[in-house]
Design a protein around this ligand. Sequence first.
Ligand code: SF4
Ligand code: SF4
Length: 285
Amino acid sequence: MIISVASGKGGTGKTSVAVNLALLWAEDKNIQFLDCDVEEPNANIFLKCPLDKKEKLNLLKPVIDSDKCIYCQKCAQVCIYNAIAIVSPRPPQTKGKALVFYELCHSCGACSLVCPAGAITETEVEKGVVEEGQCGNIHFIRGLLRESESSPTPLVKAVKKKIDPRKDVIIDASPGTSCPVVEAVEGSDYTVLVTEPTPFGLHDLRLAVEMCRGLKIKFGVVINRSDLGGRQVYDYLKKEEITLLSEIPFSHELAYRYSQGKTFVDLAELKEIFVALKEKIEAEV
Ligand code: SF4
Ligand code: SF4
């Protein structure tokens, strides 16, 4: 069973839900926890797994030899990410310019395939690192995107390659509904969408719901800080017939524990909420 935890909006408490669910799930079985929020993987602040295995993820990026380039523009035309600009020579100059914007390149390899002059070679560039560790029954895996790198999707893919089909898996996706989030939740048996009862929460929840419906993944919603805000999220869930999995009320104690990197399931009232949430998810899958 693969359960992903996502949220349209950042700051809703998604990672807290994912981590505390994982701790509960791991009480009686071995599970995997995948932190796919590779731009800001912070689940281990709470889990505190020693990360003793690290693998670099290198991707190929194009290098253009301007002496061989005939300025035909084919590479720039094939690149759907606009990562190449070719400036043709202006007489009396005989040389133009070939520019590659590495931050935009998605390493698809199309440009080197179409180049008629053999002017494009590929070089390895470090995208990030995949780190692993074991703490109790949790096999923890996370991706860490290298600073200055954009497009985290390949790293999310690399983290997901570590999924062991014999184990239950909890995936912490990044906030939003962009490509890395789609990559993280795709293939899940169920997605838990964490939101808050505010207009911003509702706006981004709608997007996350559309994403799950588009991907045909079953999902339900957890409302965090449920006693702060209005009723719009509740009205929306009712109208759309979306399962309300759980409500977590605001508490200063939880906020304080969060700021100290502590988990919640050792608090009796919170454990009760998370046990009910876990049972509801199991019934829904
Ligand atoms: S490898 Fe793909 S994404 Fe990168 S520059 Fe070439 S065509 Fe564009
Ligand atoms: S496809 Fe090759 S020859 Fe044509 S502009 Fe690009 S690098 Fe130059």
